[in-house]
Design a protein around this ligand. Structure first.
Ligand code: SF4
Ligand code: SF4
Length: 182
């Protein structure tokens, strides 16, 4: 051991350095937010609770039950039940998401050719039972009305999820009939 190291040891230099650092931080403002008293706006496009897009013209879900979102979902937590309507068109009887199993990858949103499913910015939800996190078609449509209706939902698709290449034939969020294909 050198003389300098010996002096440092006797005078507890390292401990004093540590205490000085602690003391310094006592007088610097805290960076911790006192959640939930202090909140900040979620970043646009952040991935929160799911929603099914409601067509503003028909008032119904835009989903056509093609099943692409469910096929892409790595958690396999989307369940779609369809039947044949009077006009031989597919009817989406049930569209359900088991939110507790979701990993919020947003592949379902990206896979949907109709802009019919979204992840809202709402992330503050809780519950006591698993059932509360089982979102049915009606609840998912309510989420759209609550968190994404109007300009917000339109901007969401334009800014974050609409494929940039025209090759995708990406649909307008407002007009389902424009969609798909070259
Ligand atoms: S965000 Fe990902 S894990 Fe969640 S439902 Fe969509 S595809 Fe599945
Ligand atoms: S991919 Fe879109 S249109 Fe197809 S079932 Fe999923 S949400 Fe509905």
């Amino acid at each position: 051991m050198t003389t300098l190291e010996l002096v440092k040891k006797i005078l507890f230099i390292e401990i004093l350095k540590g205490l000085a650092l602690t003391l310094k931080h006592l007088f610097t403002p805290a960076v911790t937010r006192q959640y939930p008293a202090e909140k900040r706006e979620p970043f646009p496009g952040s991935r929160g609770l799911h929603a099914l897009v409601r067509d503003p013209e028909t008032g119904k879900a835009k989903c056509v039950g093609c099943g692409l979102c469910a096929a892409m979902c790595p958690s396999q937590c989307i369940y779609i039940y369809t039947s044949e309507g009077d006009d031989h068109k597919k009817v989406v009887d049930r569209y359900e998401v088991e939110v507790l199993r979701c990993v919020f990858c947003a592949l379902c949103v990206e896979a949907c050719p109709f802009g019919a499913v979204a992840l809202t910015e709402h992330f503050e939800y809780s519950g006591y039972t698993r059932e509360e996190f089982y979102y049915t078609k009606e609840r998912l449509l309510e989420n759209w009305d609550k968190y994404m209706a109007g300009e917000k939902g339109k901007k969401y698709f334009e800014k974050f999820w609409r494929p940039k290449s025209e090759d995708f034939g990406a649909p307008s969020v407002l007009h389902a009939e424009e969609k798909v294909g070259p």
